[in-house]
Design a protein. Structure first.
Length: 199
């Protein structure tokens, strides 16, 4: 309703993200799914930027928040696949042409890979946010001990690092959202393929 350059830029970014999410699902998307992932993106981006303000805790650096963003949707899809298509899912764990002796090992490796996905996604976001904030805090604490040219260099370095952290905040929100969509799309394709085979 209120139009301006800033809102126009935001709408371009959101349209681009919707196009990316739809491309990830490529025909397997349910109406409203793209908006769900856009809302996750906006939530993470907002929390990341709030955390760059002084004396504000970054929620996305805490595993409790990042796991609660990555775990429920993945868990629902995996439980649905196990309940509805157990045989297809077990067959999917072993690629065609695998030697009989390697099948148990491949099943274990594939199962672990599927189980750790939300954990690695949550740890990636939290670790990247913690690393940048920790570096800012460590360098900022050196200010009182410096003077003259060293202090000016530190201020310039902190400003550059702050600009880098703004970029990291955007990139991490985007990466989390797209990887979350990729993981769900992977499960959706397998579920639909299993349903077609069963039919």
């Amino acid at each position: 309703m209120v139009k301006g350059r800033a809102l126009g830029g935001v709408s371009i970014i959101l349209r681009g993200l919707i196009i990316e999410v739809r491309a990830v699902f490529s025909g397997f998307i349910v109406p409203g799914t793209a908006l769900f992932f856009v809302s996750i993106f906006i939530f993470i981006l907002g929390r990341n930027f709030f955390g760059l303000m002084p004396y504000v805790f970054t929620a996305t650096r805490h595993l409790r928040i990042t796991l609660s963003l990555s775990l429920p949707l993945w868990l629902g899809r995996v439980v649905l696949r196990v309940v509805m298509q157990l045989e297809h899912n077990l067959a999917h764990l072993v690629p065609e042409g695998t030697p009989g002796g390697l099948m148990p090992v491949i099943v274990v490796i594939e199962t672990v890979r599927i189980i750790i996905r939300p954990g690695t996604l949550a740890v990636r976001l939290a670790a990247n946010m913690v690393a940048g904030h920790l570096l800012l805090a460590l360098l900022g604490g050196q200010g009182p001990a410096l003077s003259g040219v060293a202090l000016r260099g530190l201020i310039v370095g902190l400003l550059c690092l702050m600009a880098l952290e703004c970029g990291v905040a955007c990139i991490q929100a985007y990466v989390f959202t797209i990887l979350r969509a990729l993981y769900l799309a992977d499960h959706s394709r397998l579920t639909m393929a299993g349903g077609k085979r069963a039919a």
